[in-house]
Design a protein around this ligand. Structure first.
Ligand SMILES: *Cc1c(COP(=O)(O)O)cnc(C)c1O
Length: 377
């Protein structure tokens, strides 16, 4: 069976974990956490990057930093992972969903302005499949209405929009290093602070609401409770694992892009015949091959294709159930405007196996299966 995902290992993960063990420094903010933070700051030209325990936690920190409170409204797509919404619901916000664009599955930037009210505080663009949202338009709206933009770039590490790395364009960016993402450490994430005014409070929130970071730098002689916060810093073992991945970030990116291109090239004829749709990458976007998906006619055909592939040795999957139609979504959110694409496009989409070092013959086997399925129809 070709699995849907295998978390990649590039070589030095064991060595760096061993090194962290030998240094007897296992809790957060040791040498490896610092190396990871600096790696991002240098490569992505970011003001400040702090590793976190997950992207979910980075989003929770972002919601606190944006001072989201009860009654505030936050605009995002409904076609996303639950954490994009929950981080703001936990602060008492109401989530306002707008429809997606069918080409990228990203929030439709042209529908956002109509959904803005006097209660709107933030916009959360989710860069689906590592392909950027239309950030120029979104940042223009944010400036006009004085809103905070928090990029959910969980899937977008190493992707670019007009030569800027995703996560560094909005006021705050959030990354995931979950084992299903391009660069992983099992469970992990990072918060990207693109406005220096957030840095001091972010350090405090991440350290349980204390000024321990300043204490460690020798800026205060003791540390105490100064704000709300939680335990958002990862163990050094996770950071050591992640640093090995970051050192090979370009190699991982190239490897995934090659696999993505193979899927793309092999499936073009089937797309030309009108059997499936394949991803569309807008000109301004340089993606990171986080995901290769196809879209079929409808839910019934998707269900049949998924089981056909499984019976024949390849695990494809689908996601997401739009958040506004889920049980909690009915309580915490509402969908502004028409749902022209969110539900219908989500029911057509399926994700094909794509991971570091997936083999050429494995991708060929998967695309052959897809051709067999459609030739029989
Ligand atoms: C994976 C993902 C998350 C959550 O990441 P974790 O690190 O698992 O918390 C959030 N948003 C999106 C869009 C994701 O794909």
């Amino acid at each position: 069976m070709i699995p849907f995902n295998i978390p990649g290992i590039t070589g030095k993960e064991h060595e760096y974990i061993q090194d962290a063990l030998q240094k007897r420094k296992l809790s957060g903010d040791g040498e490896y956490t610092g190396l990871c933070n600096k790696w991002f700051e240098n490569k992505f030209d970011a003001t400040k990057v702090l590793l976190t325990t997950s992207c979910t936690h980075a989003l929770e920190m972002a919601a606190i930093l944006a001072e989201i409170g009860p009654g505030d409204e936050v605009i995002m797509p409904s076609y996303t992972f639950v954490s994009s919404a929950n981080a703001f619901v936990m602060r008492g916000a109401k989530i306002v969903f707008v429809d997606i664009r069918p080409d990228t599955m990203n929030i439709d930037e042209n529908l956002i302005e109509a959904a803005i009210t006097s209660k709107t505080r933030a916009i959360v663009p989710v860069h689906y499949a590592g392909v950027s949202c239309e950030m120029n338009k979104i940042m223009t709206l944010a400036n006009k209405y004085n809103l905070v933009v928090i990029e959910d770039a969980a899937q977008g590490v190493m992707s670019k929009y007009n030569d800027k790395y995703l996560g560094t364009i909005g006021h705050i960016g959030c990354y995931s290093f979950h084992e299903t993402k391009n660069y992983n450490c099992g469970e992990g994430g990072a918060i990207v602070l693109n406005d220096a005014k957030f840095v001091e409070r972010a350090e405090i929130i991440r350290e349980k609401g204390t000024d321990r970071s300043r204490f460690i730098r020798g800026q205060v002689d003791k540390y105490t409770w100064v704000d709300i916060g939680s335990s958002y810093l990862p163990s050094e073992l996770n950071a050591a694992f992640l640093y090995a991945q970051l050192e090979h970030a370009d190699k991982i990116n190239d490897n995934r892009l090659r696999s993505w291109s193979q899927y793309y090239t092999e499936l073009i004829p089937l797309e030309k015949k009108g059997s499936i749709s394949i991803p569309i990458i807008p000109d301004a976007c340089k993606h990171n091959a986080h995901m290769f998906y196809i879209k079929v006619s409808d839910l019934k055909e998707r269900t049949e294709l998924l089981s056909f592939m499984k019976e024949n040795g390849a695990l494809a999957i689908f996601h997401y159930i739009p958040l506004h139609s889920a049980k909690a979504g009915k309580v915490f959110s509402h969908f502004y405007g028409e749902d022209n694409y969110t539900t219908s496009e989500s029911e057509r989409l399926l994700r094909l196996p794509l991971y570091y070092n997936i083999q050429v013959h494995e991708i060929k086997k998967i695309t052959d299966l897809i051709y067999t399925f459609f030739n029989r129809r």
